[in-house]
Design a protein. Structure first.
Length: 440
């Protein structure tokens, strides 16, 4: 027991120090390059916009540092500090049965943790984003969104937890295989239903109007052999000034979605380039590869949970004297990110490789120049720094740094000019979805 406690505290401490060090590097690097726009963007982004992005990043780093320390302290309070122990005893005293008490324990901790982290969310929305002109939501809408999220969590999480706990109780030694299958099925159903049932609860989706832009986009989709349930404009501006584009759903239930802020700022050929980038993720089967990776990780996770749930020392080493299936699930969910955080650079590397491949496909379909212009506008309008610290970016960023990405696109231009290549249109077929063009 003492060995695992020591291991947990050691890994947690090392992870915290590494993250704080990376944040410090990132902050210093951004401020050091605040007074000069990178050459690749010198004609596209004014100095004052570049400095605004640097200041916005600096403010996010400061609140991120506090949130990181606060989250670490909160984790220690819940575990070794006796918070979960106290909460579990309260539910046991209610005498509602092990299954109901277990679900209540997990959900109540989730709600309490969310409430304790709420001040950071409020500050980021109504102070930080307000200061830099990105917040478009009201306190009333914020509260309604929060209540709707809680309601959806309860409606979706209770049946899932009930199924997993029931399998742990009665499915024998290999319950984890059945539970894993249930979770994967749940994820697929959610991905299928999200575009038409869940997303419309929060935003309005308006079909793209007939015109030159829709004709251009339909032409691109036809060339690529891609079919969807429609092209929609989402009213993202009612909550935020940030812009993005994404696909959602899979199979025949796919949707292409552009934020209204993005649709208003990009030209037709730039919108086509953004969409071509998304199609590139399907051409290279990135979504399928991502789904396979998640499936394998969850399988390993359930196998590990199955073993830990039968180890008496697991709960005691984390500050809980009792032992139950619900406690094992709860503690596993809390501590597994501590040990898996060091996989972040590997996952980020894989994601950035996918982004380069999607950019290459976009160049083949829409040209490099529109992609570069679209990226410049997105970085400017979202106040995203053009000069992240390379090490911080390698650890955290799913997308390549702006200058690296533009250099890659420019290399495509140079190669095409050198070899006199003409754009080649490819016919491709897709069957699942889920990538954003731009990550803030």
């Amino acid at each position: 027991m003492f060995i695992f406690t020591s291991l947990f505290l050691t890994v947690l401490g090392i992870g915290l120090l590494i993250q704080l060090w990376l944040l410090q590097r990132h902050q210093h690097h951004v401020q050091m390059h605040r007074d000069k726009v990178p050459e690749a963007f010198s004609r596209k982004i004014p100095l004052d916009e570049h400095q605004k992005a640097a200041d916005y990043t600096d403010s996010k780093i400061k609140i991120g540092r506090l949130k990181l320390i606060y989250g670490t302290v909160l984790l220690l309070v819940w575990t070794l500090g006796g918070g979960i122990e106290l909460l579990d005893q309260l539910w046991q005293k209610a005498s509602l049965g092990e299954m109901v008490s277990g679900i209540g324990l997990i959900l109540s901790l989730s709600l309490l943790s969310g409430a304790l982290e709420l001040p950071f969310s409020l500050w980021q929305t109504f102070v930080l984003k307000e200061r830099f002109g990105f917040n478009k939501t009201t306190l009333k809408r914020y509260i309604l969104d929060l209540l709707l999220q809680i309601m959806l969590m309860l409606l979706l999480a209770v049946p899932l937890l009930l199924a997993v706990l029931a399998l742990m109780e009665s499915a024998g030694a290999f319950w984890w295989l059945a539970a894993w299958a249930v979770l994967i099925g749940f994820m697929l159903v959610m991905t299928w239903t999200y575009p038409t049932l869940i997303a419309p609860l929060f935003n309005k989706f308006t079909p793209l109007e007939e015109g030159e832009l829709k004709t251009r986009i339909n032409g691109l989709l036809k060339r690529c052999g891609f079919s969807s349930k429609g092209i929609f404009i989402m009213d993202g501006s009612k909550r935020s000034g940030h812009g993005n584009a994404y696909f959602t759903g899979f199979g025949k239930n796919k949707r292409i979605v552009f934020f209204d802020t993005l649709a208003e700022s990009l030209e037709g050929d730039e919108m086509e380039a953004v969409l071509a980038h998304e199609l590139g993720h399907f051409k290279r089967r990135h979504v399928l590869k991502h789904l396979i990776l998640i499936t394998l990780f969850t399988l390993v996770g359930f196998a590990l949970l199955s073993w830990l749930a039968n180890q008496p020392w697991f709960c005691r080493a984390l500050g809980v004297s009792g032992q139950s299936n619900a406690l094992a699930i709860l503690l596993f969910m809390l501590v597994i990110p501590v040990f898996t955080q060091f996989l972040q650079p590997v996952m980020a590397l894989l994601s950035r490789r996918h982004e380069f491949e999607a950019d290459d496909f976009a160049v083949s379909q829409a040209g490099a120049e529109p992609m570069i212009r679209a990226l410049a506008k997105l970085y400017r309008e979202n106040a995203s720094t053009l000069t992240p610290d390379p090490l911080y970016s390698a650890f955290h960023d799913s997308h390549p740094p702006a200058s690296v990405r533009v250099a890659h696109l420019s290399a495509n231009i140079a190669a095409n000019q050198q070899h006199g290549e003409k754009r080649q249109y490819e016919t491709v077929h897709f069957n699942s979805t889920a990538y954003d063009f731009y990550i803030q």
